[in-house]
Ligand binder design. Structure first.
Ligand code: IPM
Ligand code: MG
Length: 360
């Protein structure tokens, strides 16, 4: 019996619709396993701009830091696209990652056997893939300085800088090796060491950290090659560790191997408070239609239980409940195929919540 306080950030677009389903499933877990979850509503991104005039008010950061985890929907939408960079919803997202010290972003890409036909790749290429992308989240070119748009000798220039401090590389690489130890003991570090000094620096640190993990088989590959290998033969990968921007790009690519960006969750951890969110965005085009797939949000709840609260059994119950509902043939429109039963967002949430009782 445990008691956790969860900051709940519904956010923009379909965020509120899918977060509601995530909470429904969490409540079912609380009931069945005798835990109590307390919720505090917070605002980050577009909804915070509308309410407070800025994407990440300090009041919200303070509230989140007093909780045990942040359960996060999605931010952004066309309404805020034309704001200056520092006022955009996305700036709120980057700010909260930094404020939480969440330097490690874990993005699993796993193929659900039931959905193998949803991928654009051949079934034999993707069957059984189980990749964990470990993306550095609070450094690199996203945060490096100098940055901005400047004028120089009457000519304008735009500038960002890729910076990594040794401690930043060491801690993410160490975590990735630890995760590899709990999995298939394979690790691939992705960089651009043939061109970038910061990548050569990263690579040298990986080689050094690797000495502490003789059981893990590891290699380095260049990011362009990684992009190619991910579609050519994704089964070669177990844990992939990489910097912020390469991880951003490769995790989208890895997610599409599974054919269903609406199914995948992520955990941002490393600080005192972890943040758990779907990897997809706010999908403004389908807001209010009741057709959004809540599974990624529900998977985020499972990741919160596992990585945030160390409630492994409970996390597994959610994962098994999702599997069961898919096996029973229920599908939201984004993953619909012939002969399956089409359901809406709320029905999918109800089905998964109910299935918890059947899998424990
Ligand atoms: C992600 C997103 C964000 C990122 C954007 C919305 C700022 O693409 O979480 O991958 O680039 O980190
Ligand atoms: Mg991204």
């Amino acid at each position: 019996m445990a008691n956790f306080k969860i900051a709940v950030m519904e956010g923009d677009g379909i965020g509120p619709e899918i977060v509601a389903e995530g909470l429904k499933v969490l409540e079912e877990i609380a009931l069945k396993f005798n835990h109590t979850f307390e919720y505090e509503k917070v605002y980050v991104g577009g909804c915070a701009i509308d309410k407070f005039g800025e994407p990440l008010p300090q009041s919200e950061v303070d509230k989140i830091l007093k909780c045990d985890a942040l359960f996060f929907g999605a931010v952004g939408g066309p309404k805020w696209d034309n704001l200056p960079q520092e006022k955009k919803p996305e700036t709120g997202l980057l700010g909260i990652r930094k404020a939480l010290g969440a330097f490690a972003n874990l993005r699993p890409a796993k193929v659900f056997d039931e959905l193998i036909d949803a991928s654009t790749l051949k079934p034999e290429v993707i069957k059984g893939i189980d990749i964990l992308v470990v993306r550095e989240l609070t450094g690199g070119i996203y945060f490096g300085k100098p940055k901005g748009i400047f004028e120089e000798n009457g000519e304008k220039k735009g500038l960002n800088t890729m910076v990594y401090y040794e401690y930043e590389v060491r801690r993410i690489v160490k975590l990735a090796f630890e995760l590899a130890m709990q999995r298939r003991k394979k690790l691939t570090s992705v960089d651009k060491a043939n061109v970038l000094d910061v990548s050569q620096f990263w690579r040298d640190i990986v080689n050094d950290v690797a000495k502490d993990y003789p059981d893990v088989e590891y290699n380095h590959i260049l990011v362009d090659n990684a992009a190619m290998q991910l579609v050519r033969d994704p089964k070669q990968f177990d844990v992939i560790v990489t910097g912020n921007i390469f991880g951003d790009i490769l995790s989208d690519e890895a997610s599409m191997l599974t054919g269903s960006i609406g199914m995948l969750a992520s955990a941002s951890v490393g600080g005192d408070v972890g943040m758990f969110e779907p990897i997809h965005g706010s999908a403004p085009d389908i807001v209010g239609l009741g057709i959004a797939n809540p599974i990624a949000q529900i998977e985020s709840a499972a990741m919160m239980l596992k990585y945030g609260f160390k409630l492994d059994k409970e996390a597994e119950a959610i994962e098994n409940a999702i599997d069961l509902v898919l096996k029973m043939g229920y599908r939201t429109p984004d993953i619909m195929s012939e002969g399956k039963k089409k359901v809406n967002t709320i029905q999918m949430g109800d089905l998964i919540a109910k299935a918890i009782g059947d899998v424990i």
